[in-house]
Design a protein around this ligand. Structure first.
Ligand code: DGY
Length: 322
């Protein structure tokens, strides 16, 4: 009988998504509703060879030390800020992630949020539902249109570029700040690379698409927010800690900027009593950038392919560490 390695899936997923994994390995599934690799799974740590993690699970030196046979960590996300990549590399553990398959879904939601926050859709819809829709009025519920506005994109990776493509089609001027120039985006969508300070000062909409790293953590702080136009909107599709939450609350309360739409927050989830929920110029969605039927299924397929390749000792289709 072929060797069936022990694999921990940290939380339950739809059975039809994980069927190929169940066939190939001895699958141990962790509990729902608790972030992290549950302590209940500890009896399996000595044997486990593969870990399939969610972005809510921290994989650090401490955990790795308890898993001497671990060969591969496969993260069901493109972002890998929840995983200590260096610690994995030191131990020869491959780390997989899911770029590419979620690009279009995340870019779509970025545009949904740009439109929603720019046109005040959420407050207008709430007003209508609450009976505050009186006679039509020419100066009520006025917003900002995308056509002719400047979109600033922080991070022009695959998702940032898919956002730039949409922005071009919407008639927006596209600026970006990125570690390296992107000549193709410049040629195809007229994107113009500018310093961070210029991006802040000139954007009508600022959209964040950088990974969370020590360099990007807290990048949108009070100083950055004060540099933005008072009519500008911030959209965060990256990771919550890229924005300093307390500074953002002040910026929205005191009118340093016009509004924000956040698909990611710090902390996450944002507790129901958080002041951001009380601000009518802040729209919050629960980290749903990649949440379409098609994309989440593709992410699961890719995460399983990464995991199985790692168990076989082969290069992963998408590996995040060297
Ligand atoms: C990711 O993949 O990193 C997203 O944040 C969730 O899809």
């Amino acid at each position: 009988m072929p060797h069936r390695p022990v694999v921990i899936l940290t939380h339950p997923m739809p059975e039809d998504w994980i069927a190929p994994l169940r066939e190939a390995v001895q699958l141990v599934v962790g509990p729902a509703g608790v972030a992290g690799v549950a302590a209940d799974l500890r009896p399996h740590f000595g044997e486990v060879e593969g870990l399939l993690t969610w972005l809510i699970d921290r994989v650090d030196e401490h955990l790795l030390a308890e898993m001497p046979r671990l060969k591969v960590v496969s993260n069901l996300a493109v972002g890998v800020d929840n995983i200590d990549l260096e610690a994995c590399s030191r131990r020869g553990i491959a780390v997989g992630h899911t770029p590419g398959v979620l690009t279009e879904a995340v870019a779509d939601l970025t545009f949904a949020l740009l439109l929603a926050v720019g046109r005040g859709l959420f407050t207008a819809a709430e007003d209508a539902r609450a009976g505050r829709w009186g006679l039509w009025q020419p100066d009520a519920w006025l917003g900002t249109e995308l056509n002719g506005s400047t979109l600033g994109i922080l991070g022009l990776g695959q998702i940032g570029q898919a956002v730039a493509r949409r922005a071009h089609a919407f008639g927006m001027r596209v600026l970006y700040t990125s570690r390296s120039p992107k000549p193709e985006a410049e040629a195809r969508w007229g994107a113009q690379r500018v310093p961070w300070e210029t991006l802040l000062a000139e954007s009508d909409f600022l959209s964040l698409h950088v990974p969370l790293t020590p360099a990007t953590q807290g990048m949108v702080d009070a100083e950055a927010l004060r540099r933005m136009k008072p009519t500008a909107y911030l959209v965060n599709m990256a990771r919550g800690p890229v924005v300093q939450t307390e500074a953002l609350v002040r910026a929205l309360q005191e009118g340093w900027i016009a509004g924000a739409a956040l698909d990611v927050t710090d902390p996450e989830p944002l507790p129901p009593e958080h002041p951001l929920y009380r601000l009518s110029n802040c729209l919050i969605t629960p980290h749903i950038g990649s949440a379409t039927h098609l994309t989440r299924r593709r992410m699961a397929d890719l995460a399983i392919s990464n995991l199985l390749a790692g168990l076989r000792g082969e290069p992963l289709p998408h590996q995040a560490n060297a």
